[in-house]
Every structure is written in structure tokens, then in C-alpha cells.
Design a protein around this ligand. Structure first.
Ligand code: ATP
Ligand code: MG
Length: 294
């Protein structure tokens, strides 16, 4: 079964979408089949991968309302092992339309259940709110990755999210873990960043990711070219930092192989085998169908 990681923080502009796109692309570049699902009506993860706005295209909205299957929603991307389920601003409607619906918090979980064994990683990009869309993502997820900026009141902002995770764990998804906290747009040279990092380390311990994401212009430019940073400029500091984050997450999940030389954990044989991928050859076919109908 693939691991489902929700990238969430109700605070706006902290680097959720940049993290979701570039982490998913880095998993795919490590040669494991990866699916990115855009769960935000702003659709930045979709446009950031070059998908133009198209209300007719099968998207997360159709998935949540049960109007399309996961298979029908899969779209191929520039990267061979990365697929996307795009969003459109009509997703705002799902928030309202689902209020009265049966199993409204489980819609995404149910919809992606048939896809899980085909992907090693499924990354969910959440909106900047603790709304029904984010709840759906947290109920569908195995873990939540929290992007955060190294600001003075960083911890205060995060408590509401941690409370929500706790409530979802108690009522809807007992298996939900904290994947980690990743520092974004970091300028390590400043005293403030150092202080905040020390504080977060004390609070989150091992959960604070060792990989940090620097402020890097390439990460900001790449979406306007419809590309992940590692396609737009593979040698940029930004692209490299997300590759390190992906590697850290892969290695954390595969303790059995971590005693081997670390480079090997990123090869197809290792990660594929340890995740027991099945039926991966069906995905390109489904995605081709998708292209034809688009
Ligand atoms: P929202 O809450 O609106 O969904 P978000 O949390 O998804 O926002 P992003 O869209 O990823 O945040 O980032 C906000 C802005 O900061 C974007 O313009 C993005 O290009 C830029 N940005 C993100 N990370 C970096 C970085 N490491 N270096 C430079 N710019 C960055
Ligand atoms: Mg976003």
C-alpha cells in the first residue's frame, strides 16, 4: 500500500503547494510511482504543473462528489512516474455540497482506496483552512507533513492544526501520524531563524525534518513555467533541498534498508520492492484514456 501524505497548514502562503509539487516530483524522480492530488480550489498545484483551468476536466471535485472514479481523474505529467489529479475552483462548491452528504469526511479516502496499491506515495495539497476539504485530506492520509516558516510566533499558529489532527485521530482516522515539520523559505544565516529552529527542535524533536528548504528564486519561478523545480532547474538549491526531503521521508519509512549504503534506498529495486507495488502498468493506460477525453 502506498503512503498517503497530506501537506497541510491552515496558515496561507507557508509553502504547502511548493512542498507538495516538489516533494511529489522528487519521489517520482527517485523512480517510485507517485500521485499528487490537488485538494485546494485555488488549484495552484495543478497550474504549477502546467494544467490550465478547465472546468470540464475530471478533477478532485468530481472525485469528492462521487461523479468520477480515481482512475478517470488521473492525468499524466512531464515526469514519467508522476500523476496528478487536478483541481478547479469549482472545488469551493464541494465544501458546501458535501455538508449534508453521507460519509462527508470520508469522500477522498473512499475515492482513492482503489488507487493506493498502485502508488508508493500519494501527496495531498491542502487549502489554507481547516475546512471540509482539509478534513477529507487528513482522513484519507497516513500522515501529515507541516510546512512552516521560521517565524517568531511559529508555534502559536501551529497549535490549531495539531488540535485538529488530534480530533481527527480520536474520531475519524486513528492511524494519522505526524510525518514531520519542514522549514520552508529559510534563511539560515539570520539569528531569528537559528532561534526558531532551536525552539522547534525542542518542541518537535525527531519530527522536525533535518532537510530544510531555503528561500530560492527557482522554486518561485518554476510554477510559472508549469514545471517542478527539478525539471525547471535540477541543480538549483531549491530542487536539491526537496530531493533531500524526499530521501529523508523514504528512508524513514524503510528502516529495513537504512543499514545499507543510503544511496541505494533511492533506487527502483529497493523502494519498489519494499513497498510491494502492484498493477502499476495499468496507470499509463488509464491516464491515456484521460488525455483522450480531455
Ligand atoms: P496557500 O496557503 O495560498 O495555498 P501555500 O502554503 O501553498 O499557499 P505556496 O503557494 O507554496 O504556499 O508559496 C507561497 C509563495 O511563496 C509562492 O509565490 C511561492 O512561489 C513562494 N515560495 C514558496 N516556497 C518558496 C521558497 N522556498 N523560496 C522562494 N519562494 C517560495
Ligand atoms: Mg497552496
Amino acid at each position: 500500500m502506498g503512503r498517503v501524505i497530506a501537506v497541510a497548514n491552515q496558515k496561507g502562503g507557508v509553502g504547502k503547494t511548493t512542498t507538495a509539487i516538489n516533494l511529489a516530483a522528487s519521489f517520482a524522480a527517485a523512480e517510485v510511482n507517485t500521485l499528487l492530488i490537488d485538494c485546494d480550489p485555488q488549484s495552484n498545484a495543478s497550474s504549477g504543473l502546467g494544467f490550465v483551468k478547465d472546468p470540464e476536466r475530471v478533477s478532485t471535485y468530481h472525485l469528492l462528489l462521487g461523479e468520477a472514479s480515481g482512475d478517470q481523474a488521473l492525468a499524466t505529467t512531464d515526469l514519467e512516474q508522476l500523476w496528478l489529479i487536478p483541481a478547479h475552483k469549482n472545488l469551493i462548491g464541494a465544501n458546501l455540497e458535501l455538508v449534508e452528504a453521507e460519509r462527508r469526511e470520508y469522500r477522498l479516502r473512499d475515492a482513492i482506496a482503489p488507487l493506493r496499491d498502485r502508488f508508493s506515495y500519494i501527496v495531498l495539497d491542502c487549502p489554507p483552512a481547516l475546512d471540509l476539504l482539509t478534513v477529507n485530506a487528513l482522513v484519507a492520509a497516513d500522515s501529515v507533513l507541516i510546512p512552516m516558516q521560521a517565524e517568531y510566533f511559529a508555534l502559536e499558529g501551529i497549535s490549531e492544526l495539531l488540535d485538529t489532527v488530534e480530533r481527527i485521530r480520536a474520531a475519524l482516522n486513528p492511524g494519522l501520524e505526524i510525518e514531520g515539520v519542514v522549514l520552508t523559505m529559510l534563511d539560515e544565516r539570520t539569528n531569528l531563524a537559528q532561534q526558531v529552529m532551536a525552539e522547534l527542535k525542542k518542541y518537535f524533536g525527531e519530527k522536525l525534518c533535518a532537510a530544510t528548504i531555503p528561500r530560492n528564486i527557482r522554486l518561485a519561478e518554476a510554477p510559472s513555467h508549469g514545471k517542478a523545480a527539478l525539471v525547471y532547474d535540477p541543480r538549483s538549491k531549491g530542487a536539491e533541498s526537496y530531493i533531500r526531503l524526499a530521501k529523508e521521508i523514504i528512508e524513514r519509512q524503510a528502516p529495513a534498508v537504512s543499514s545499507q549504503p543510503s544511496e541505494q534506498t533511492l533506487t527502483t529495486e529497493d523502494t519498489g520492492e519494499h513497498r510491494g507495488e502492484q498493477g502499476v502498468e495499468e496507470i499509463p493506460a488509464a491516464a491515456d484514456e484521460m488525455d483522450k477525453s480531455a
